[in-house]
Write a protein that binds this ligand. Structure first.
Ligand SMILES: [Zn+2]
Length: 325
């Protein structure tokens, strides 16, 4: 994947290409924006273009350098991601040692720190040394969807590139190209549910998530009538696959967002789950503002908790019991 494959981020890509062609690259970048909109692709495209034998304004994606970077085997590329829950100080120290040597194959060393907000305080402080006195020919790229969780001392030493959520029409177009026109209705629904993230939309296309979403929304709409046994069973299903828990929590958030909107206005134009309008209207009129805000808080707490090391099934159970009240 190269810069030309990144959709809907022309200004952001422009900033990077101009820096590459004008030799004005910053020592450190902070790529921000929701997951699945091209941050990682842009970081790899930048790394590839710096080493590419062919071009200066985009990588060829075919030469040996480009291939090594794509596979993460280029000796001048250091990729750091959380080990377990966090990015540890030893990972930062190891990287500092790696960038202190002269480049093997090209002119630049590139350090990519994914989910940079997961750096411990010690890791972030250790990284500060590199940000304050960057080794020559080294470019650091920090990726995060929650920049405010990074210490301001780190944020202020990086040039920010803010990636934007993609327009629904662009996501629809990309999905259609990938899946063909026979899945038109499914494509349209997923594009509207993706919240601007192509990565998320693609996950929805590939997994059985659409069916699970339907079942989840059906459960949410009759949660107040569910027996404790049914709630426990539902929590079990919700917590079954930890990798998909966030997607499912996003569905619950979108359901609640619809209820809040319907509580404020009878108009249904901006409803996300527009195939569940009847059920959302009924729930919105049944629940008070107080109930709804309480539910929002419960979901918010669970969303934060599942990022850490909690028992997901237990967290789901507690959440469903609270939501059913
Ligand atoms: Zn190349």
């Amino acid at each position: 994947m190269s810069f030309k494959n990144i959709m809907g981020q022309d200004r952001q890509v422009g900033i990077l290409v101009n820096a590459l062609t004008g030799n004005t690259l910053a020592h450190a970048y902070l790529f921000t924006g929701i997951p699945g909109i091209g941050k990682t692709t842009a970081a790899f495209a930048l790394a590839k273009t710096l080493h590419c034998k062919d071009k200066r304004d985009d990588c060829c994606d075919a030469c040996i350098s480009c291939k090594k970077i794509a596979h993460g085997t280029h000796p001048d590329l250091v990729v750091i991601e959380p080990e377990g829950d966090s990015i540890k100080i030893d990972q930062i120290r190891k990287m500092q040692e790696q960038v202190s040597y002269t480049s093997y194959e090209g002119h630049h060393k590139i350090v990519l720190i994914d989910k940079a907000e997961r750096m411990t305080i010690q890791s972030a402080n250790c990284l500060l040394k590199t940000l304050e006195e960057p080794p020559p020919h080294t470019v650091l790229i920090l990726l995060t969807s929650v920049p405010y969780q990074l210490p301001s001392t780190v944020r202020s030493r990086c040039q920010k590139v803010m990636f934007q959520p993609l327009p629904e029409a662009l996501i629809e177009e990309a999905l259609q190209k990938k899946c063909g026109s026979e899945e038109g209705e499914k494509v349209q629904l997923i594009a509207s549910l993706a919240g601007g993230s192509l990565g998320r939309a693609l996950r929805w296309m590939e997994n059985g998530l659409l069916q699970e979403r339907k079942e989840l929304l059906e459960t949410l709409s009759r949660l107040h009538t569910c027996s404790p046994t049914a709630l426990i069973k539902c929590a079990e299903l919700l917590g079954e696959d930890k990798a998909l828990v966030r997607e499912k929590l996003d569905v619950i958030t979108s359901w609640l967002r619809d209820l809040l909107l319907l509580k404020a206005t009878p108009q249904t134009t901006h409803i996300i789950n527009n195939d569940f309008t009847r059920e959302s209207c009924a729930a919105a009129s049944r629940l008070s503002w107080f109930n709804l805000f309480e539910q929002a808080q419960v979901i918010n707490e669970v969303q934060t908790a599942v990022q850490g090391n909690v028992n997901v099934r237990l967290a789901m159970e507690t959440m469903l019991f609270k939501l059913s009240r």
